[in-house]
Write a protein that binds this ligand. Structure first.
Ligand SMILES: NC(=O)c1ccc[n+]([C@@H]2O[C@H](COP(=O)([O-])OP(=O)(O)OC[C@H]3O[C@@H](n4cnc5c(N)ncnc54)[C@H](O)[C@@H]3O)[C@@H](O)[C@H]2O)c1
Ligand SMILES: [Zn+2]
Ligand SMILES: [Zn+2]
Length: 380
């Protein structure tokens, strides 16, 4: 098959590789219909999360079941399915507790949590390809209505819609509360959509990219451009000096100021300052324990120097981590089917596999109008 292969930082190539096959009785092989580029893919792309050459990238996958192993009984050949980015066994202690993001059996390294085409997540190839092998298929796959309707909406179910929702869940957002979301990338925008679903009374979205902020406004949020205003002052002014009830971090360790200079602690500090005393913060933006190119030696070891003292004094609750996609994807799918959520509105490009190297480079530069790239292997 053809697949997008990681060669070295800033170099990915479409190559002919071996077709994935059934390796275990509970496996399925999926023919990919849509696979997206994620902000998370940029961490290995930029060399900020070391990845071995030869890995097929892609953890945001959906498609049609092509083949199933002899132990698979629920999922059938021909089913249209969404593939959560977490690979989970379904039987370990963490899986049983709903933390498919921290499966204790799926990652041969022994670390909790596995995924497709990603550093530290096991040997599993990703789905920016024609086909994908899915372990423990009955447990992991989410069935979708047959056909091609809602393709660009359903493709958000493998990661960013559940992840945005998880941000609001970690922040404990309740109906009528206010929320400040940092980052208007795909994850931040999905957090804004989720804030609507959960009945936030006001949503602020902070970024500096005008196209992304415009999408946040389309979702009913108040856009705040950190290259133009003092973010903390702006949010406090909008909330009578009180601050927001909740906040979501959807930026991650490469947070930067308007000149592009990185400050890994910057957004966490902003959040601690704009969330009211006793409020809550959900951190879904990724922070890493090792960053070979960090601007500070301390942050290079994952030690982020944000104002924990102020957070403690204000009694703010902070929760973090990867999204356990299966906890939310079924209900989010049904919101799409019943017309209550349209996450596909953030799709900015639909491309074929051959266009992926160029798309990585442009998405990485956050070129204007490159918000969310969806790859269809069959597209010309
Ligand atoms: N927890 C999870 O399970 C999970 C899943 C998917 C993605 N992620 C992570 O979520 C983060 C966002 O993902 P994405 O796909 O939206 O990425 P992205 O890189 O496209 O978006 C990040 C946005 O943050 C903005 N930004 C940078 N500095 C900022 C600052 N100081 N204040 C406000 N905004 C700032 C950028 O302009 C950009 O638009 C990444 O770290 C990604 O790895 C986590
Ligand atoms: Zn992703
Ligand atoms: Zn498990």
């Amino acid at each position: 098959m053809k697949a997008l292969v990681f060669k070295k930082p800033y170099e990915v190539q479409v190559e002919q590789v071996d077709d994935p096959k059934i390796e275990q009785p509970l496996d399925a092989v999926i023919r990919i219909t849509s696979a997206n580029i994620c902000g998370s893919d940029l961490h290995p792309y930029e060399g900020r999360s070391p990845l071995d050459a030869g890995m097929v990238l892609g953890h945001e996958n959906m498609g049609i079941v092509e083949e199933v192993g002899p132990g698979v009984e629920r999922i059938k050949v021909g089913d249209r399915v969404s593939v959560p980015f977490n690979i989970a066994c379904g039987t370990c202690r963490n899986c049983n507790n709903g933390f498919t993001s921290a499966c204790l059996r799926a990652n041969p390294s022994g670390n909790p949590g596995a995924g497709y085409g990603y550093p530290q997540m096991g040997p599993y190839w990703g789905g920016q390809a024609e086909y994908l092998r899915v372990p423990w298929a009955d447990f992991n796959l989410l069935e979708l209505p047959a056909g091609t309707e809602w393709e660009n909406d359903f493709t958000m179910l493998s990661d960013i819609l559940p992840t945005g929702y998880h941000g609001t869940e970690l922040a404990g957002l309740k109906p009528g509360e206010t929320i400040a979301i940092f980052g208007a990338g795909p994850v931040g925008l999905m957090a804004a959509l989720s804030a609507n679903i959960r009945g936030a009374s006001q949503t602020f979205v902070v970024d500096k990219e005008p196209d992304r902020l415009a999408l946040a406004e389309r979702l009913g949020a108040t856009a705040i451009d950190f290259s133009k205003v003092d973010v903390e002052e702006a949010i406090l002014e909008h909330t009578d000096g009180f601050g927001v009830d909740t906040g979501v971090e959807a930026v991650g360790f490469q947070a930067h100021d308007h000149t592009g200079q990185e400050h890994p602690e910057m957004v966490l500090d902003n959040l601690v300052n704009v969330v009211r005393a006793t409020g809550r913060i959900g951190v879904v933006g990724v922070y890493v324990p090792d960053d070979p190119q960090s601007p500070s030696p301390m942050a290079g070891d994952g030690r982020i120097g944000f104002d924990f003292g102020a957070a403690f004094e204000k009694g703010i609750r902070i929760a973090t981590g990867q999204c356990p996609v299966k906890r939310y994807n079924r209900e989010l799918r049904d919101l799409i089917i019943r017309g209550k959520a349209s996450p596909g509105l953030i799709v900015s490009q639909e491309i074929g596999l051959d266009e992926m190297p160029d798309a990585y480079s442009r998405f990485d530069k956050r070129e204007d109008g490159w918000t969310k790239v969806v790859m269809h292997p069959t597209a010309a």
